[in-house]
Design a protein around this ligand. Structure first.
Ligand code: 0XW
Ligand code: MG
Length: 369
């Protein structure tokens, strides 16, 4: 099998409802990139990458398309079923830009599923579950608003909530954590996620002020070193997210005993192939993880659900998807949707989601043999 053609689409993803507010970013719309690989056998595989705006991490939508444009000509004629070889060719064509490469990697896994008539989760070792627990991220808001969302989302079936903090006074953060905690049902887990928005002092003080409340403290400070400095000074398990930029940084964090868990975003580390490695590292280290991404539509969502399905129950903390903030589905017949706070594994070969290319319109770029 050979890659015959690579098509690339740009698509706007306006946020349905209020802006998505985190410590260092407020978002009202996202810009996503869809990739379709067509092979000489006629099979097609799809991928997607959607950075969380241009300032969240060293990734941005136009950069993803530019990187894919640099890489694509070097992939024509390659066998997409040889994922490792495709990744090596991508690294030979372009250094870095793992997020952009994740869309190509995803399309190769989608293709492999179609070629072997298997779901991506089955190619990854099999699904430990067919219904994958999700979690809901409560954006920066007042204590009352955050508590209201917490009550509503638990009523919808979510059993893990992530509360955004940071980028405001410590008192506001403490008040929000306490108010949400008062409204947690027994069995609902809480993650307090600063998205790097706290300094070391405030992180220590927030943990101390809320030491009577059970939560995991996710990515409190800007840098790996600042988070490492917190070790032994917090009253809560520390999870890392944004600073885990690739497999090597995950290995370093495990070696340094830097965290009790990880908020993993598949595009940041390079896609499904890399997330499979991250899953194995976390399993060996006995450290829990989420299977998320920064943003994205049905393709990203399906990829995260397939990955989440394969993480062992004792180490799986949930799969977040952006669907609650997106008004449309790429594949009307097989949308990836939330039900009772959980996600149904897409059925069908590969990702189980096939965007309607007619609705997408003309590709922004096409590369062909
Ligand atoms: C909640 N997420 C997985 C979605 C947003 O991209 C932020 C992210 C996080 O946990 O930081
Ligand atoms: Mg996070």
């Amino acid at each position: 099998m050979k890659i015959q053609q690579i098509d690339v689409w740009q698509k706007d993803l306006p946020i349905a409802g209020p802006a998505y507010k985190m410590a260092l970013q407020t978002l009202t719309a996202l810009d996503t990139t869809l990739v379709r690989i067509t092979t000489d056998s006629g099979l097609q595989g799809w991928g997607e990458v959607c950075p969380l705006g241009p300032a969240y991490q060293p990734q941005h939508a136009a950069g993803a398309r530019a990187a894919i444009g640099e890489i694509a000509p070097h992939l024509l004629g390659e066998n997409p079923l040889l994922a490792e070889q495709v990744n090596q060719r991508m690294h030979q064509a372009l250094c870095g830009s793992l997020y952009a490469k994740s869309a190509i990697d995803m399309a190769c896994w989608d293709l492999a599923g179609k070629a072997y008539n298997a779901r991506v989760c089955d190619l990854l070792g099999g699904a430990a579950r067919e219904v994958i627990p999700s979690y809901y991220a409560i954006g920066l808001s007042s204590p009352e608003q955050a508590a209201e969302v917490a009550v509503k989302k638990q009523a919808e079936g979510f059993r893990r909530l992530q509360l955004k903090v940071g980028g405001r006074t410590l008192e506001e953060d403490i008040a929000c954590v306490r108010k949400v905690a008062e409204n947690l049902q027994p069995g609902t887990a809480l993650a307090v996620d600063a998205n790097r928005g706290l300094n070391v002092n405030d992180a220590i003080q927030l943990s101390a002020a809320c030491q009577d409340i059970r939560f995991i403290f996710e990515q409190p400070c800007q840098t790996y070193e600042q988070c490492l400095h917190l070790r032994g000074k917090l009253h809560h398990p520390l999870w890392l997210d944004e600073v885990i930029e690739d497999i090597n940084s995950l290995l370093r964090a495990v070696r340094d005993n830097a965290a009790e868990g990880f908020g993993m975003k598949q595009s940041r580390i390079g896609g499904i192939s890399q997330m499979r490695t991250a899953r194995e590292i976390c399993a060996v280290a006995g450290l829990p993880m989420t299977c998320d991404d920064s943003w994205g539509g049905d393709l990203v969502a399906a990829s995260c659900v397939h990955l989440g399905a394969t993480v062992s129950a004792s180490l799986f903390a949930g799969t977040w998807i952006a669907a609650p903030y997106i008004d449309e589905h790429y594949d009307q017949q097989h949308p990836v949707t939330l039900t009772q706070g959980a996600l149904q594994l897409p059925q069908g070969a590969g990702l189980g989601v096939t965007p309607d290319s007619v609705r997408l319109g003309a590709p922004a770029m096409t590369f062909c043999l």
